[in-house]
Every structure is written in structure tokens, then in C-alpha cells.
Design a protein around this ligand. Sequence first.
Ligand code: 1GP
Length: 228
Amino acid sequence: MLAVLIDPDKVTPLSLTYMVEKMKLMPPDFVFVGGSLIHESVDRVIQMLKTQMNIPVVLFPGNACQFSPNADAILLLSLLSGRNPEYLIGQHVLSACQIKRSKVEVLSTGYILIDGGKPTSVQYISNTMPIPHDKSEIAIATAIAGELIGNKLIYLEGGSGAVNPVSADMIETVRANISVPLIVGGGLRTEGDICRAYKAGADIVVVGNILEKNFELYESLLSVRNSF
Ligand code: 1GP
């Protein structure tokens, strides 16, 4: 499956309308909405998407403030690669009552940041260290721990705009060691990158940065999903 990531700060009303028109013709499986640092209203973008399209809109929040009761679901992320309690439980406590009151489906997600070759916003904002790019064994153990403590999804994240996406070897070995669905994102720019991620076992591939720069690429990137 393919998820298009929309960071509300990186779109204008005009660019969002353009993206929506394209996605209506060739729908992705999900639209994720969120970012590490957001000034714009997440809810405004979600309402626009929900009124225009019939595609599941999933919150991918950088913190507790990024909630909208109008989303279909939320990736409730625990940053398992880090050791910062704020992103393991603190932000969850802040948003728990609001989430429970809503009808938004909660998807408990073990979020694992992998070194993507340059410091990323997630790393800086969360004040955590990513797992080294070549340390698949640490990623495997972290993903297994995530599943054991009850996460329903595991997300291997290279960080938005990563120079090096998560390696095929890491995706493959993590996939072989967990039974919950595996999401992979961060620095996937080309059809080849996406194809490698699917072949290695990613269930959902997330693409954001490159489409923010050029949404014309959407059709060709989506075609990779259709070939699997
Ligand atoms: C980032 O995994 C997502 O959180 C997507 O990464 O923006 O690099 O596509 P890109």
C-alpha cells in the first residue's frame, strides 16, 4: 500500500487542491497528515481532504497538539528507538482524553527512527538518537519489543528527506521477525526506492518530501504499488 504524507505547513490551498484533484483520479491507500513542527491547522487540512475525497485520512502527529476529531485514524506513535519518556508516554497522556472522546480509530504504532545520513527534524525535536543505519539487529530487537508490548504496527522511519532510506536488508530482517504490518518511510524518492522497499517486505510505503517538491511524480510512484 502507499500513503501520501501531507505536512500542513508545506502546502498552500492551491497546491493542496492540485494534489487532491490528482489523488481523486488515482487514489493512494491512505493520506497521512502531520509533521515534526506545525504552525498551520491540522484540522483545516483534514476537513478539506475529507470533504473532497473518499480516502482514509490518518493523523501522523509530531506531538499531542496535532489532533483532529475529523480524521479517520491516528498513528499513536511511541518513539521506541529513543529514550525520551516524552515521546514514549508523555505526549500520549496529554492527548489521551481527547482521543478517547472522539471516534478516531487508534493505531498503536512502534515508531523506530533509523539514521538516514543526516540529522532529521524528528531526531532534533524529539531529542533522541536514531538507530545506526547498518545495525539491523538493534532494529529487529526494537521492533520485536514493540510488538510484544502491544503495538499493532511498526514504522521504520529514515526521517523526512533522509539521504539514505532504510536499507532493504533492515526492512527484510525486521519483516521476518514481526507479524504486525510494517510501514517504511523517509527519503524514498524514486520508483526504484519504493520498489526495493516493497520487495524487502514493506506493507505500507510513505512518501512525502519528494511529492511536496513535485507532485507530478505522483502517478509514476503510485504505479510501483500497482505493479505489486
Ligand atoms: C517522514 O516517513 C515520512 O516522516 C516520509 O518521508 O518526507 O522523506 O518522504 P519523506
